[in-house]
Design a protein around this ligand. Sequence first.
Ligand SMILES: [Zn+2]
Length: 67
Amino acid sequence: MGYFAARQAQTTLPCPKCGQALLVERSCREAHMLCPHCRQRFDIKPFIARADEALERFLEGLYLDRI
Ligand SMILES: [Zn+2]
């Protein structure tokens, strides 16, 4: 238990509602997008197709974590 991957990362993907940059956040096994402006969570699936570098790196960390 010495290693902790980040639980949140800033992405450049815009919020579908307000256009602010979204955060990616993970709870236990699921990751979702979080808008710090409207305080809304979004399903991550539609964002994966156009993931930026920050999101890709976050997801890599998520998968590595499960091994
Ligand atoms: Zn928003």
